[in-house]
Design a protein around this ligand. Structure first.
Ligand code: ACO
Length: 180
């Protein structure tokens, strides 16, 4: 598919208030609820990028650094960070927003992989993606390593078959001397 899209074209922002039925016993947003919100937000970004139906293939990384309290405002922002052949990586950032005190803190992020599928749920090719901002470029550059790691962890790739990831664990080679 020749079409190339910008990362910003997949930008999705979801803003919600944290309701009591979404909280844990500490009255903070329950982790599983947050994961579901992140999956929804990321799947919209993926569908915006490929203009197809998408399925979640893997949740590669999620961290929870700060709690989001009941009654607080949770803001999710997602964008495709790299498109491969039929799959794409989507980065989700989450903030806790306090509109009264006008404080917004980054609480966590997550990295998801989605696959575009046809009407028979078979993977189909997707448009390429071009990063523009510094952050988009950094995330794009590291996405191939993360894809390899995800494939290894899911048993779809043997560690020795990796290209980028393997380089991280290789000893630096001595430069070859010219033959006399
Ligand atoms: C939005 C939702 O919540 S959907 C509900 C939850 N998700 C689901 O039910 C999905 C269930 N899984 C499936 O349907 C299938 O396993 C699929 C569609 C994800 C993959 O189908 P497969 O026939 O295995 O396809 P295939 O091996 O060709 O992989 C397709 C692409 O996904 C990538 N992929 C598959 N699994 C992973 C993984 N764990 N991590 C990273 N990438 C993966 C492959 O590398 C390939 O990428 P590429 O074409 O861009 O190089």
């Amino acid at each position: 598919m020749a079409k190339i899209k910008k990362a910003s074209e997949s930008l999705t922002i979801m803003t919600n208030i944290v309701l009591p039925n979404e909280t844990n016993s500490l009255r903070n947003l329950f982790g599983g609820e947050l994961l579901a919100k992140m999956d929804r937000c990321a799947s919209i970004s993926a569908a915006r990028h490929c203009e197809r139906r998408v399925v979640t293939a893997s949740v590669n990384h999620v961290s929870f650094n700060h709690p989001i309290p009941e009654g607080g405002v949770v803001v999710l922002e997602s964008k495709v960070s790299r498109a491969f052949s039929t799959s794409m990586e989507v980065y989700v950032d989450v903030w806790s927003d306090d509109p009264i005190n006008q404080k917004k803190i980054h609480t966590n992020s997550g990295i998801y992989t989605f696959v575009a599928v046809d009407e028979f749920n078979r993977p189909i090719p997707i448009p390429d993606m071009v990063p523009e901002t510094e952050e988009e470029k950094e995330r794009y550059a590291a996405a191939f390593r993360r894809k390899e790691l995800s494939l290894i962890l899911s048993g779809r790739m043997k560690p020795l078959e990796s290209v980028e990831l393997k380089k991280l664990f290789q000893e630096p080679q001595e430069p070859k001397k010219d033959k006399k």
